[in-house]
Design a protein around this ligand. Sequence first.
Ligand SMILES: [Zn+2]
Length: 91
Amino acid sequence: MSRKIAEERIRILFAEAKKRPEKAERYLKLAEKIGMKTQVPIPSDLRKKYCSNCYTYLTQGENCRVRINSKKGHITYTCKECGSMKRHGYK
Ligand SMILES: [Zn+2]
């Protein structure tokens, strides 16, 4: 599988997960699996959109809380489903 196709498939799975939250876990795990098998990392814009702990598709203001720490230059995403936090740098 080429890199381009793998990334395309990952994006399709994320789009499906967004549309069908009840199946998000399955889609997101599959997306991770494709990434691992093909050694294509999940694009950074998508990595922020799911919880790697409980595989929930995260929507800001709904099941995800976003905090910006401008001093340290990172954004903290908190999954409201399981409470796990993820930090992303933006500097
Ligand atoms: Zn979670």
